[in-house]
Design a protein around this ligand. Structure first.
Ligand code: G2I
Length: 452
């Protein structure tokens, strides 16, 4: 597993006391932040999913968590080649169908995983090569995508076709040996079979800008240039104890090619940084409009393929871990809505009668070489706030390129951020958050906060 360098975070804060003139404070609103992963992700038009299996559907305690928290399901194994075509030309969709039915009955979408992969091939396919294998593989794509036509949000059409290490090239496999065009042939067959599904290329060790992700980037750029139907890139994100500082930058560069990005198999080795890495991944996705959803690769630590690493959001008893809370908080802090999603309803911590009071602002910076995302928390003082403005100094050579949950005046030098229409009111002691993304180095000086 690739264990990259840890990201850099910085915290800047300042308090500017405003005159507290209110004689009394009547009603203090309670927090309105969403309380499940799926609902909080939906605030910006994103899904939050989990990998599961048909045999779990009868496990009531397990399913009560799945149904409560998630808006998307993916089959951890049930839709793979060995599961769906155990004998050539004889298809078994029973388990996959059960997952799809459950998702549909519970208002969830389904990610399809996966049509072609060098692993988990049925024995008969492992024994094929050349034209016989190519024909069988494309038939598999066509038959499975046709069976699930109209029911799949996104298909991992091809999984893990690139090599690890520094080559940036393809992995050797029986499929690769049928010719370098096997991937585009699979995408074309999938599009023809299910024109409504988003078609994704999915891989691991792509958790930053590296030789492997750059090889994939070049393939996607080539596909877009030549009209090969590809809609999304899945970044599996099986993570160790640190996060590559270029994680978000990598998401952004794929998005800039005109494809969606999905975090498809997120799990993080348990360690002191587990919660902060989960949160940083969530924030990185939220910061890129075309990062449209996150899937965790299993529900409880005891369900994970990473035995002993406890890499998930729930413990073996189904209790929420600190990593869960970190993800939920990050989701509730919001981000730009995904393209085509209904307008988001970002978080406000409460509502209250207009009362003047002081506020404080705190900036958390997630930086990489050449850019940053700033998350700003605006906290009301002892009195409720009705309208706020945060001022930051953006250094020379840096510029704000996008802002969410606030409106900025200026993009470099002295930049001010005024509340949006929906988050100007903050109850006494409550807070709301907004964010901005920029090029260059982030603000170094402490922010100011003024009310009114
Ligand atoms: O390896 C982690 C994931 C990497 N990306 C692609 C994913 O599809 C992959 O998922 C894992 C599943 O989580 C495991 O559950 O893929 C493994 C297979 O490569 C799955 O393991 C297999 C076991 O190897 C089989 O022995 C077992 O029969 O799970 C099967 C069903 O329980």
């Amino acid at each position: 597993m690739h264990i990259p360098r840890k990201g850099r975070f910085a915290l800047l804060s300042a308090t500017v006391a405003g005159a507290v003139v209110a004689a009394s404070i009547s009603v203090i609103g309670t927090a309105e932040a969403a309380t499940t992963l799926g609902a909080s992700a939906a605030q910006t038009g994103r899904y939050f999913g989990v990998a599961t299996s048909a045999f779990r559907l009868t496990d009531a305690p397990y399913m009560s968590i799945v149904n409560r928290e998630f808006t998307s399901l993916v089959a951890e194994n049930d839709m793979k080649w060995d599961a769906t075509e155990p004998q050539q030309g004889r298809f078994t969709f029973t388990n996959g169908d059960r997952l799809v039915s459950h998702a549909q009955a519970n208002g969830m979408t389904v990610r399809g995983h996966t049509l072609l992969w060098h692993a988990q091939q049925p024995g008969w396919a492992q024994g094929l090569s050349g034209t016989a294998l190519r024909t069988a593989a494309i038939n598999h794509v066509t038959q499975v995508a046709t069976h699930y036509r109209g029911k799949i949000h996104s298909w991992d059409v091809v999984n893990e076709a690139f090599a690890d290490g520094g080559s940036g090239g393809r992995r050797d496999s029986n499929l690769q040996r049928t010719g370098n065009d096997w991937i585009e042939a699979a995408f074309r067959a999938a599009r023809a079979a299910d024109p409504g599904a988003k078609l994704c290329y999915n891989d691991y060790n792509t958790d930053g800008i590296n030789a492997k992700s750059t090889g994939i980037y070049a393939m996607v750029r080539d596909f877009k240039a030549r009209g090969v139907p590809i809609d999304c890139v899945g970044l599996q994100s099986h993570l160790g104890t640190s996060l590559d500082p270029t994680y978000q930058q990598n998401i952004q560069r794929f998005a800039s090619l005109g494809v969606d990005v999905q975090i498809t198999e997120l799990d993080v080795q348990q360690g002191s940084d587990q919660a902060s890495i989960f949160a940083a991944v969530t924030r990185a996705c939220l910061a890129v409009a075309r990062c449209t959803g996150i899937t965790v690769w299993g529900l409880r630590d005891s369900d994970s393929w990473r035995t002993g690493q406890n890499p998930l959001l729930f413990d073996a008893s189904g209790n929420r871990k600190p990593a869960y809370t970190a993800v939920l908080d990050a989701l509730n802090a919001g981000g730009p809505a995904t393209p085509g999603s209904p307008s988001s309803s970002p978080p406000v911590t409460g509502s209250s009668p207009p009362v003047t009071g002081g506020c404080s602002a705190r900036v958390t910076l997630d930086t990489w070489n050449g850019g940053y995302v700033a998350t700003v928390r605006v906290t009301a003082g002892p009195a409720a706030v009705n309208g706020w403005t945060v001022g930051v100094t953006v250094p020379a050579g840096s510029a704000v390129t996008s802002t969410w949950n606030a409106a900025n005046t200026g993009t470099s030098g002295a930049v001010s951020f005024r509340n949006a229409g929906y988050n100007g009111q903050i109850p006494a002691g409550g807070y709301t958050e907004f964010g901005f993304q920029g090029t260059g180095a982030g603000p170094a000086a402490t922010p100011t906060c003024a009310v009114g």
